[in-house]
Design a protein around this ligand. Sequence first.
Ligand SMILES: [Zn+2]
Length: 113
Amino acid sequence: MKVSNNMTEIHEDYGPSYSYSDLKKGDPIDYRLEGHTEHGEILWVAVASTLSSGQHFPPHYVVIADGNTFPDMVLFSDLVMDAEPTMEYCQWCLGMHLKGAMDQCPLNPNRKV
Ligand SMILES: [Zn+2]
């Protein structure tokens, strides 16, 4: 494990950065929000904090969603992992193909070959 205590950055609004996340600021992520999936960019990876209400808030991503002005606080558990975002499920063979290569599927009746 990397020791980076002397590298810890501190954001004026979001506090110290959390060092043990796989994702870093600037990374694109998909996350669950109110029942749907949002796509955005990580502004900051924040450490656990205590809200003014006294409630404990675990480490989280500060994310700006596409088209949004205000950032969302995204818990690590709300992250939507997408191992291969350039692949799509195929309705013909029920496997996966590269995005846009669907009409090359051997089972596609409209195949252009
Ligand atoms: Zn297919």
